[in-house]
Write a protein that binds this ligand. Structure first.
Ligand code: PLP
Length: 450
């Protein structure tokens, strides 16, 4: 099909996620046809700095020879074999050993492969219920999570997600899922003191677990840094206190590391950055740098050992056709190799700190910038109508999209999400790339901020 035909056909048959068909129709399609390093090219050959990292996932950057070699060799050798029952394949075995060895400090022992983040969350929720049944406490089924949380789109994940827009059309969601206040330093009704806020929010978690009955609570799930909810970085005492609360009430702690896993926050793992060991961890995105869809749900010794029971009850009647997909796992092995050999978590920290240094002054410079926040290479620019009240710009006003449209004209892709701009580039980003991004955002705010 020639270029004009491809453009015209974009939304004729395909439903695009997280938008409405009438909106897709109204907007010019942005058809990305090629990538190289930290740049992508649209179908007309225009070049863009990809400050979105695809969707916070192309962590090693585009067109990496190591990735191409690993994936193409695996396609040629064995494009697919399942891992149900006694079947297996070499890349799945190798990658499972690699992930578990990287998670040795967290005492992780076993994993199940998935095809993405939503699958990984669903697997974690189901495995935690199964765990309690195996432990003889079948009534421990309730889930706690945080307000502003995003845990993917399956029905379990939707039920522990809090962002209303992701839920409303699909309700009723699962019963017995409760969201407690997230420790959001910039917007909370209590305090400007982060440590006090961490203590307040974990106090609420404890109180609500007590109110629901600890003997009925299976797990608490949270993102080490809330991503889609607006890159909300919790106070440093929050996760350690969450671990204490979970231990006190014998509740499993699930870290949803779909965004933070494998380097994005400036640590290899987000929860490691908080000095906390979860019981279950969910991964996707950076695991294969999105070259092929891949996720994993990883369990520590405590959870994994429950499944050692020699009884049909321990049969894990869960899993996906693509669990342990050999091509995806080959991509995972190559991607993690690059993450380690190029020390990408350290780069995310150094370049992320530099990006923060460059963007923080926007808070003073522009009327609409309430806060620039983040950790490593995940940042948000929080857009407000009033700096004093911190009231957000109307998410449906199109304000953030106008900003990202100017940046796009300047050759930089930045993600507009409601009243925020989100920046989540490949972890191979350099200071020069940051300068390019900051120049485009300066132009955007100079033009749009009034
Ligand atoms: C924290 C978190 N969990 C789960 C998901 C869902 O992942 P996927 O879109 O791969 O299903 C996402 C997606 O952004 C996420 O940010």
């Amino acid at each position: 099909m020639e270029i004009e035909g491809i453009k015209a056909n974009n939304a004729k048959q395909m439903l695009h996620p997280m938008t409405a068909p009438f909106m897709t129709k109204a907007n010019k399609p942005m058809i990305i046809a090629r990538g190289d390093g930290v740049y992508v090219f649209d179908i007309d050959g225009n070049k863009f700095l990809d400050s979105q990292g695809g969707l916070w996932c192309v962590n090693v950057g585009y067109n990496r020879p190591e990735m191409i070699k690993a994936v193409s060799e695996q396609v040629a050798t064995l494009p697919y074999y399942q891992t149900f029952t006694e079947f297996s394949n070499p890349p799945a075995i190798e990658l499972s050993a690699k992930i578990i060895s990287m998670l040795e400090p967290e005492n992780m022992r076993k994993l199940m492969f998935t095809s993405g983040g939503s699958d990984s969350v669903e697997t974690a929720l189901k495995m935690s219920r199964h765990y309690w049944k195996l432990k003889g406490q079948p009534e421990k089924t309730k889930f706690f999570s945080l307000k502003n949380a995003y845990h993917g789109v399956h029905m379990g994940g939707t039920s522990v997600t809090d962002t209303g827009v992701h839920k409303r059309a699909f309700e009723p969601v699962l019963p017995n899922c409760f969201q407690i206040d997230s420790p959001f330093p910039y917007r909370n009704p209590w305090t400007e003191d982060p440590e006090e806020l961490g203590a307040i929010c974990t106090g609420i978690l404890a109180r609500e677990i007590e109110s629901q009955g600890p003997d009925m609570v299976a797990a608490f799930i949270a993102e080490p840094i809330q991503g889609a909810g607006g890159v909300i970085v919790p106070p440093t005492n929050f996760w350690p206190l969450v671990r204490e609360v979970c231990d006190r009430y014998d509740v499993l702690l699930i870290a949803d590391e779909v965004v933070t896993g494998f380097g994005r926050s400036g640590n290899m793992f987000g929860s490691r950055g908080w000095g906390v060991k979860a019981d279950i961890m969910c991964f996707a995105k950076g695991l294969s740098s999105a070259y092929v869809p891949l996720g994993a749900t990883v369990m520590n010794e405590r959870v994994a050992s429950a499944f050692d029971l020699e009884s049909p009850e321990a049969m894990i009647m869960h899993g996906f056709t693509y669990s342990g997909h050999p091509v995806a796992c080959a991509a995972g092995i190559a991607s993690l190799g690059i993450v380690e050999s190029e020390a990408l978590p350290e780069n995310a920290k150094i370049v992320g700190d530099y990006m923060m240094e460059q963007l923080k002054p926007f808070e003073e410079r522009y009327k609409s910038v309430g806060e620039v926040r983040g950790k490593g290479l995940m940042l948000a620019v929080d857009l407000v109508v009033d700096k004093k009240t911190r009231e957000s710009v109307d998410p449906f006003s199109g304000f953030s999209s106008r900003l990202s449209a100017v940046a796009q004209k300047e050759g930089v892709l930045v993600r507009a999400v409601g009243p925020k701009l989100i920046i989540s580039p490949p972890l191979t980003f350099s200071r020069e790339n940051v300068d390019e991004l900051v120049a485009a955002l300066t132009k955007a705010f100079d033009e749009v901020d009034v």
